[in-house]
Design a protein around this ligand. Sequence first.
Ligand code: ZN
Length: 144
Amino acid sequence: MTSAASLKAPYQRGLSLRDMIERDSIPVTECGCWIWLGALSGGRYGGIKVSGRVVRTNRAAWIAYHGNEPSNLHVLHHCDMPLCVNPDHLFLGTHQDNMDDKERKGRGNQPSGDRNGARTKPWSRSRGDNHYRRRLKLARETAI
Ligand SMILES: [Zn+2]
């Protein structure tokens, strides 16, 4: 069943940014996160329309609850949940802070070179003569 409220345009005039964030997110008691359930922007993040442009929800939440827009800083998550809009879980940082934070949390550290899976476990990637299409071709050729 569709309620009358959900039929309204998603971002009406007259709703404050806080209203929009609180309406379209649900608090998760276990972690304290407020998970954004509204529209997404760029895949992993929520998007919210603020004066004609789409702002990521973590950024929008920062503006809504802390009042100022961090012009050249990133809004980062303590909780590591891209869809979290709990202002208490947000902090400001530079691009470098973001990278350091990812590193600390064990993300953004894709093994490269000799540590990459293609080198350490070559059998996990089928390439060249091991690739199924190549094997099929070879099988056909030798069958003749
Ligand atoms: Zn959170």
